[in-house]
Design a protein around this ligand. Sequence first.
Ligand SMILES: Cc1ncc(COP(=O)(O)O)c(C=O)c1O
Length: 401
Amino acid sequence: MVMKETDEQVYAKDKRDYLPVFARYNIVLDHGDGVYVYDTQGKKYIDYLGGIAVNVLGHAYPALVKAVAEQAGKMIHCSNLYYTQVQADAAEKLVKLSGLGKVFFGNSGAEANEGAIKLARKYAHQMDPDKSEIITAWHSFHGRTLATLTATGQPKYHEGFGPMPAGFSYVDYGDYAALEKMVNEKTCAVMLETIQGEGGVYVPPADYLKKVRALCDKYHAVLILDEIQCGMGRTGKFFAYEQFGIKPDIVTLAKGLAGGVPIGAFLASDKVAAAFHAGDHGSTFGGNPLACAAANVVLDTIGSGSILANVNETGAYLKQRLEAFHEQYPQLIKEVRGMGLILGMQLTKPGRDIVNACLAEGAIINCTAGDVLRFVPPLIVTKTQVDELCAIMAKVLPQFA
Ligand SMILES: Cc1ncc(COP(=O)(O)O)c(C=O)c1O
């Protein structure tokens, strides 16, 4: 039996033994239920971070718990050298939902993007070995492995890790004219988040992605859309690219795909996917039975439509409530941005103290890019739970205005 320790003992152990790479908040979480989590003191928090856009079905969603428990009792893992029905089912569902041709499962967002970059390079290499340049956006976030970190257009994350992999360049997100100037015959891929998340919740101009799609077609460059944060129903459509009337050549997913069980995936059109052959890519754990059993529940539940309707309705309501704060406190809040249940509130000052004040009042929110409050709650959140968050914010915001 594990001895229950005090929070102070947990903090001390963590400080002693864990790499200090996370600027953690001072609570020890214990369990969750729906859109709520509870700390070891029994204090309840409404969770508007959802594990950073991971807990799409909330915490302890009964069908997900049941599927994971049943699969764990049957078989947690087997090698990808063998077939499993759970993996084939999850792949079939994703292919149907996306209209793309093939899927590969990994374990995280970074791995999904790493695989997408490899596939794009291999595909372009067949046309011209020098067609290797990958253009990504400033303020993007694509992961922490060396290639995905290089793809991440935020120099602060690169510092001290050089030399970085070659062949990446950056352009302002949403600026089509700037992109048009950069793309040429040597461009292997344009890689963008359909909506930028970590960089501060930026939605591109309405016609931007359509033009990017056409530009990529003109130069036979691969369009990679990273929907690790904004996909899985978060915008109100299963894939965020559906909001913009286009289809990428490759799309990447992770975070919410298995509702909290680690998984990542990239999907590619048959034409691009044909560049990979046996041995070109792989993963020991990727898409193992446990992760796929969880993904099947999430895909069935979100794919069925009622969750998407809730994202549209409750997302619009949350945005409206946040806009009202903007009107009330223009000196503190510059803008509210986003779509569905990926919303950002641009502040005029750093947001960490507001996050801490909300935490003290029982709400988990997040601050990204230093001064953007980010709201990425479970997709099952209700209007009443929006009111609950807003009551806390109404208490907290005046202290900072
Ligand atoms: C858009 C995007 N891409 C990639 C990643 C990396 O995912 P992971 O942390 O699972 O490697 C993230 C994580 O925040 C993300 O938001």
